[in-house]
Ligand binder design. Structure first.
Ligand SMILES: Nc1ncnc2c1ncn2[C@@H]1O[C@H](COP(=O)(O)OP(=O)(O)OP(=O)(O)O)[C@@H](O)[C@H]1O
Ligand SMILES: [Mg+2]
Length: 154
């Protein structure tokens, strides 16, 4: 599990880089639960995760497909739960199966599946809305309540 971190990203490429760095600390079976509103940079972060896992396929948002699968030494399962109706649909998409397939599960709109997340996930929250429209704060912590200490800027 990665250390708790707070990063500042000044552009999309740096958010991707933060994802790429996190990927190096992940293990098969890890869940990365992403939080942050529309346009916060969740998909950009996952694009970096994919790169860090050695996946060269272009990462696109699974908004309409719910999940995109990327093959790799450690595969990436990229979920977007924005349109998920409820627990039943989570069962229908095979959530439990994905968890046991030895990949990394990256989940956008994790707030929509909170009851299905156990405490063993990496929490990534992206915050924007600053004076600089490209500024994002990225908080990386463990599980639902991980603390966060300011470590450095990127
Ligand atoms: N520092 C930054 N990090 C990430 N994205 C940035 C940053 N600054 C500006 N952007 C822009 O914000 C947008 C982020 O889009 P992205 O699809 O990654 O967001 P998202 O959180 O996945 O949104 P959604 O909830 O709609 O899926 C892009 O248009 C990107 O260019
Ligand atoms: Mg997205």
């Amino acid at each position: 599990m990665p250390e708790n971190k707070c990063l500042v990203s000044g552009c999309e490429a740096l958010t991707e880089l933060a994802g790429e760095e996190l990927a190096k600390e992940l293990r098969p079976g890890d869940v990365v639960a992403l939080f942050g509103g529309m346009g916060a940079g969740k998909t950009a972060f996952v694009r970096g995760l994919a790169r860090g896992l050695g996946i060269s396929a272009p990462v696109t948002s699974p908004t309409y497909t719910v999940v995109n699968e990327y093959a790799g030494d450690v595969p990436l399962f990229h979920f977007d739960m924005y349109r998920l109706g409820g627990e039943d649909e989570l069962f229908d998409i095979g959530w439990e199966d994905y968890l046991s397939r030895g990949g990394v599960c990256a989940v956008e709109w994790s707030e929509n599946i909170l009851p299905a997340l156990d405490s063993g996930y990496v929490r990534v929250e992206l915050r924007g809305g600053f004076e600089d429209p490209e500024r994002r704060e990225i908080y990386i912590s463990r599980g639902p309540d991980g603390g966060c200490t300011k470590e450095g800027e990127q």
